[in-house]
Design a binder for this molecule. Structure first.
Ligand code: ATP
Length: 251
């Protein structure tokens, strides 16, 4: 479904180097590694959203299409439709002046060609599916951090994407809220057979959510395997260090 081959992201020097991996339809893959290891830049390169001044080389194929050489018009057609992303900070991704329900509905209308009425109805259903039945008319500032992140999830899943990328979606939330948002992500992708690339530095989250895991260090993938394999029998010294530093108990 998506395959990344020799992805390098560079400013004046390389920040991500020769990264290769594949994600199959419906597969849930974790991307772990310490701060600055290149996880977010890898995700942004997949979305075609790298900050100015950074350039990507290599190959990213999504359903056979080359993304790195795709025109912006093609990429924006894919984003929010086939390819969706949830960021760490929902407030910066939401429009503060637009009611939550309308933001979900707009995302449906932009890609789905539904009538205004049908899109509003679907937006309400999506808000119910993330357990926010009363949020349609709320503005983002009237919602809590966890509620905003659930609105973002409803927007990201609105058009049944084939790949959802989550970049530390629960890091800014309270622990109890984290678990709820994680469950909703898991349910949302499972129901749709959406593949998931989940970026986190929390191994417990990986153990709960992901079937396979990629470990990044200094811009490269240093280990990959099934979550169980990597967490019970890590091959790379860095992965062993990550495991030792976590309080994860792997049976
Ligand atoms: N716009 C930019 N220009 C130059 N360097 C950048 C830019 N964005 C990120 N970097 C650098 O690239 C490296 C990788 O950053 P990235 O954000 O991908 O790390 P990360 O693994 O996602 O970290 P975190 O867990 O803190 O989000 C870091 O050293 C960072 O300082």
């Amino acid at each position: 479904m998506i395959s990344v081959e020799g992805l390098t992201v560079a400013a004046s020097s390389p920040l991500v180097q020769g990264v290769s991996f594949e994600i199959c339809g419906g597969e849930r893959v974790g991307l772990i590694g310490e701060s600055g290891s290149g996880k977010s830049l890898t995700a942004l390169a997949l979305m075609g959203l790298l900050p100015e001044g950074l350039s990507a080389t290599g190959e990213i194929r999504f359903h056979g299409k080359q993304l790195l050489s795709a025109r912006e018009r093609e990429l924006s057609r894919l984003r929010g439709n086939e390819l969706a992303m949830v960021f760490q900070e929902p407030m910066s991704a939401l429009n503060p002046l637009m009611r939550a329900g309308r933001q979900v509905a707009e995302s449906i209308r932009l890609h789905g060609g539904k009538s205004r009425r049908a899109a509003s109805r679907r937006a309400q259903e999506l808000l119910e599916s993330v357990q926010l039945p009363d949020a349609y008319r709320a503005y983002p500032h009237q919602l809590s951090g966890g509620q905003r992140q659930r609105v973002m999830l409803a927007i990201a899943l609105a058009n049944d994407p084939s790949l959802l990328i989550c970049d530390e979606p629960t890091t800014a939330l309270d622990v109890t809220v984290q678990a709820q948002v994680l469950d909703l992500i898991l349910t949302g992708v499972t129901e749709r057979s959406t593949a998931l690339l989940f970026i986190t530095h929390d191994l417990a989250v990986v153990a709960r959510v992901c079937e396979r895991v990629l470990v990044m260090l200094d811009g490269r993938i240093v280990e990959e395997g099934s979550t169980r394999e990597v967490l019970t029998n890590p091959a790379h010294a860095y992965t062993r260090k990550l495991l030792a530093a976590s309080d994860l108990e792997v049976a």
